[in-house]
Design a protein around this ligand. Structure first.
Ligand SMILES: [Zn+2]
Length: 95
């Protein structure tokens, strides 16, 4: 149960990171186009932070996806979660 919750929290965090990153990037790009030069460096910082945030989120997502390796039951072919010891469909033991 706690394992599932921490996974959900991580997903929420990744999505938050992604949304904030896109927002910062969008705001920064918009600012550079609209605002005259003196303030541009602020928007460049925003764009950098936004890009880093988006990249981090993508990397974390890739890592999470790689960790989640799906196995299949040798008897019935049902998809099995990594933590399962027995097939949820036919009850075959997973080696
Ligand atoms: Zn099975």
């Amino acid at each position: 149960m706690s394992k599932k919750k921490s996974k959900l929290d991580r997903y929420t965090w990744i999505i938050t990171e992604l949304v904030l990153g896109i927002a910062a990037l969008g705001y920064g790009l918009f600012g550079i186009i609209v605002t005259p030069t003196p303030l541009n460096y602020l928007y460049i910082i925003l764009i950098c932070l936004g890009s880093i945030s988006i990249l981090t989120a993508i990397i974390q997502m890739t890592i999470m996806r790689k960790k989640k390796i799906n196995k299949f039951c040798s008897k019935c072919g049902e998809k099995i979660k990594k933590e399962d010891d027995f097939c949820p469909k036919c009850g075959e033991k997973i080696g």
